[in-house]
Design a protein around this ligand. Structure first.
Ligand SMILES: Nc1nc2c(ncn2[C@@H]2O[C@H](COP(=O)(O)OP(=O)(O)OP(=O)(O)O)[C@@H](O)[C@H]2O)c(=O)[nH]1
Ligand SMILES: [Mg+2]
Length: 236
């Protein structure tokens, strides 16, 4: 059956993803006949922009060019895209193919069943993560969960996942008042949202396998990790 998701916007933050972006757009186009995409780009210096703008398919793709913005970062790029979102639902996924596009359908189906937030849960990580990275991920997750527990906030099973879907109005309203409480230059937009959002949310999950980065380079830096740990203690 044709999947027509005109009420959904898929948000993909990008920074120099010329190798994977045409493949991911193609794969989404194969899974969903009609939907909306916002590529929230922070001034890629490779061919990401040209490749997005020349993409020809059934899906409606908008290139949000943040090159001239004062603040850059994954979180602020996603938030800008949410502000530009004209559909009641949105989904966020990485542009490096580590989040499987065939799961979009599962997120959509669950979110439609009157949930506020659908968190992706990594049930397996492909490839060999070095011990240091695995340890860092476990510590970051435990610390984040503790921070949410102490604050009596909503929790999802994988608070650090960048693959999630939610209702646009809920985020747009929160951003009107509390955008400055997000760590704008950071990476963990879902964690920030959970930390800041004051009321009870109806939450569900979709499991997925976190793929290997076959294309381009990881953008994770010491600064991003430091910003996350600092945000655990920041008032919200
Ligand atoms: N707009 C924007 N996108 C970014 C920024 N940093 C990373 N991204 C994009 O965000 C997504 C996730 O970044 P990655 O570097 O893959 O982070 P990760 O998946 O947690 O780390 P790896 O497993 O090492 O790849 C990718 O699509 C990146 O291109 C940024 O500062 N601005
Ligand atoms: Mg990645």
């Amino acid at each position: 059956m044709e999947k027509i998701y005109t009420d959904l916007t898929i948000i993909i933050p990008t920074l120099n993803e010329e190798e994977s972006i045409p493949i991911i757009l193609q794969k989404i186009d194969e899974c969903v006949s009609k939907t909306n995409i916002i590529i929230a780009d922070d001034g890629s210096t490779d061919k990401t922009k040209e490749l997005v703008e020349s993409f020809d398919g059934g899906i409606n793709v908008l290139f949000l060019d943040r090159k001239k913005k004062k603040i850059h970062g994954l979180t602020i790029s996603v938030l800008d895209a949410i502000k530009n979102c004209r559909t009641p639902m949105f989904l966020v996924m990485d542009g490096d193919l580590q989040h499987p596009p065939d799961k979009i359908v599962n997120f959509y189906d669950v979110l439609k069943k009157d949930f506020d937030l659908v968190g992706g849960r990594r049930i397996k990580v492909l490839g060999k993560w070095p011990l240091q990275r695995r340890l860092m991920s476990i510590i970051a997750s435990l610390a984040g969960r503790t921070s949410l527990f102490i604050r009596r906030r909503n929790r999802v099973k994988d608070i650090l996942s960048g693959f999630f879907a939610s209702k646009t109005e809920l985020w747009q309203k929160l951003l009107e008042e509390k955008e400055d409480e997000f760590t704008l230059e950071g990476y963990k937009v879902l964690f920030d949202f959970l930390k800041i959002y004051p009321s009870k949310l109806k939450i569900n999950h979709v499991d997925y396998v976190f793929g290997i980065r076959d294309y381009g380079e990881s953008k994770i830096s010491g600064k991003v990790i430091w910003l996350y740990f600092k945000s655990l203690f920041k008032k919200a």
